[in-house]
Write a new protein. Sequence first.
Length: 533
Amino acid sequence: MENCDHRATAHVSSSLYPQYIRMLVSVCAVFSGLWCVSATGWHAGSLIAVGCTLWTVLRINHSLKWQWVYPLITVFLLGLLQWTLLVWQPAVLTSVAHGPLSINVILLALALTSFVDFVETITRLSLLLETPKARDRLQDFVICHGLRILLLGTVGFVIAYSTLVPLIQELTYVPPKPVNNLVIEMDRLTLPMNFLLRFCEATTGILFFVLGCCVGSYLNVVIYRVPLKISVITKASHCPNCSTKILSRDNLPLVGWLKLRGCCRNCRVPVSARYPLLELTIGLLFLLLYFVELISGGTNLPVRPPNWYAGVVWILFYTKWDLVGLYAFHVLVLCALFCWTMIQRDGYRVPVRANAFTIMLTAFAVLICPHLLPFASEISSLRGADLRSTVVVLFSGTAAGLVSGIGLRRLGGIPQQLFLWPLIGMVYGWQSVIVITALVLVAKFLLTLAGALLEENRITSLRTVHVSTGNDTPRVPRNAGTPEQSEASSPLTAHTGSVPVDAASIMTQLNWWILPSLLVLHHCLWRHLFFST
């Protein structure tokens, strides 16, 4: 009896932790909003801060039940508050920009809310797709309208980028001071010329997206064949079920799967949707780095001075080979990391030969072209010692990656194999390894916190349903049986028609994507994370 009472007390105490965290976040946000109003008075900036505070309190305490539009509102308010803090009325908000009660506290609370909204959205979508009827309905919609959506999305992207970007630049243009700025005035494009330039950038970006989809199609082959020790070069693509060779017109990324309606042409066995999803992901990765790193002139890269003349004309048509080499090097390394993560997620171990080949190829590329290192300017300044300095940088990055990988696998529970971290250290340097490790720990903490909040919300929903049906305490069967039986026997499903949010399995899946997602985020914000100009 005492043991049962002890367990019940421990369960009650653990269930109170999410409530304490919500209370702490709400109190900090409310006091920060009141302090901003009292210190700066009522104006547009303080009103935005108060609005963000109210939204944070309502969402973090689940006063507003989840709707699909709420994450979009949270992200919009987060961007609006950041823009207000950095650009709009900086002199008025300077007095409340720092400190324990400041706009930064509201910004942090809103960022936590957006993360919880994101996790809850992914959880609900995943649970929705686990329902056979909803999954079949979504797959039928994608198969029937996928080609049309792909065409309209491509054309819409080109039109939107070609028109909205020039118009926004024209509306937000501020004339420079007349002293020593004649070159900037002369280089300013007229609106029709800006339309044409952005159209060229958008169409070239589509070509990079197609190239990324082709690379993603090849990665599908690598992910399937490498664990089975099948050649990824000599053997042609074939159906795993009937071994029929896939025709060239059916092997087009995204288009082939949609055209065949997700089935093999010969045996009509369904083909998994993960193949087009991986192709789409890698294509979007190529497109993202095309804008962030390539045609921007390398504005995301630390230490390296950005190109003064950027854009598709000055970077690609008048080719800057150093920047093109950096782009190719970084996207290929990120693709390798995504590929190895998918293999491990499927329950296989990446062969040692593949690991060694990837690391050796990366080291060889850096030794041949030292400018691929993030701090290449410091190496090139040491005349007569370029090779030795490059080896030192590679060794320091590899050592830092090994130490961080061991610590994160044991303390942070990151499931990726250890060999990925030396590769990260070689590519990004030991300085970036420290930043990435900190980001992973913060993301792991936020993911655990979001899981605790969702689990607490699920338990509250179950208790509410049992109270409404006249039961005092919910009873969970010892043997839940199959998922279909568990879902049918759930009182929440029986009375509300919805599946309770089980965050444990979703958190396990999201745990695989912490490192790849943060690597892409770190790559996009590389210069800003190091506070370099």
